[in-house]
Design a protein around this ligand. Structure first.
Ligand code: C2E
Ligand code: CA
Ligand code: CA
Ligand code: CA
Length: 277
């Protein structure tokens, strides 16, 4: 169930009834999408604010549907979560990320790739072992990956989620709290969790120059993260002004359309060359 509140991006489209014929078709097509090779991995760059260096990229999935065209994740991730298919999808994304990490490294790009996990993934006690096997198969280190988790995903079943996250942390994965500020904010878990990164939700970043409350939230989150020794990333950086303000506020990293949109993996190294110039 969606437990998001506040101004975070909507997880559900209430106009879509999960039992409608159209939705059932979509769900069954999604199950075949992996075998039919219809999923696409996109990468969006993460930049260091201090020196503009490309430090990582977030893996974001797209569905190249034969009739519907390129379907954005908001239109199928909620169903994948409801049906449990998300576990297969997560494995597909991680497998692709591991494969491309090596390709990018061969091209001289040593990046940390971020992969999104959902509630279901955190409740899957076999996940750490499955991820471990995949790392061995691809010969890549766990530290090359950052796993992004939302607060709501953790709060669904905190005990089990914590067990999974502890295991992943022990393996060497970096952990990130996604959409920070939009979910159930219980700051206590920040101390308990082996978190390496906080991502300030784009809803705060978007309005921080016009809305003083949003600017305060951005400022405070940066301070909170730094006081806890955590790297802080701003999402939804759409303008040079936002970039400059975040730099002044000593935010560590930025992600957003101003620097680079999510792009097919094949375009990433060309983008990174042009960015550096
Ligand atoms: P998210 O994890 O918060 O990912 C960031 C979203 O913000 C992405 O949307 C990205 O394209 C968008 N974005 C980045 N910069 C900007 C900007 O400057 N302005 C604006 N307006 N948007 C920006 P996307 O790719 O459509 O993904 C939406 C959500 O779908 C993600 O939000 C995540 O919750 C979910 N998602 C995407 N890929 C995966 C996946 O592989 N696994 C899982 N579990 N969820 C995924
Ligand atoms: Ca989100
Ligand atoms: Ca994310
Ligand atoms: Ca986010």
């Amino acid at each position: 169930a969606a437990k998001q509140r506040g101004n975070g991006p909507a997880t559900y489209d209430p106009s879509i009834d999960a039992t409608s014929a159209q939705t059932l078709t979509l769900i069954s097509e999604l199950r075949q999408a992996v075998d039919r090779n219809e999923l696409r991995l996109y990468l969006q760059p993460k930049l260091a604010l201090e020196d503009r260096a490309v430090v990582g990229a977030e893996a974001l999935v797209r569905w190249q549907h034969p009739q519907r065209g390129l379907v954005p994740p908001v239109q199928f991730i909620p169903f994948a979560e409801q049906t449990g298919f998300i576990r297969h999808l997560t494995m597909w994304v991680f497998e692709e990320a591991a494969r491309h990490w090596q390709t990018l490294a061969d091209e001289g790009l040593q990046l940390r790739l971020s992969v999104n996990l959902s509630t279901r993934d955190l409740l899957d006690m076999d996940l750490p072992q499955k991820f471990g096997a995949l790392l061995v198969r691809h010969g890549v280190p766990a530290a090359a990956f950052c796993l992004e988790i939302t607060e709501s995903a953790i709060m669904d079943d905190p005990q089990r989620a914590l067990a999974t996250l502890d295991a992943l942390n022990a393996m060497g994965f970096k952990l990130s709290i996604d959409d920070f500020g939009t979910g159930y904010s219980s700051l206590a878990y920040l101390k308990r969790l082996p978190v390496d990164e906080l991502k300030i939700d784009q809803s705060f970043v978007r309005n921080m120059q016009s809305d003083r409350d949003d600017e305060m939230i951005v400022r405070s989150t940066i301070d909170l993260a730094h006081n806890l020794g955590i790297t802080v990333v701003a999402e939804g950086v759409e303008t040079a002004e936002a970039w400059n303000l975040l730099r002044e506020l000593k935010c560590d990293q930025a992600q957003g359309y101003h620097m680079g949109r999510p792009m097919p993996v094949g375009e990433f190294s060309a983008w990174s060359t042009s960015w550096g110039m």
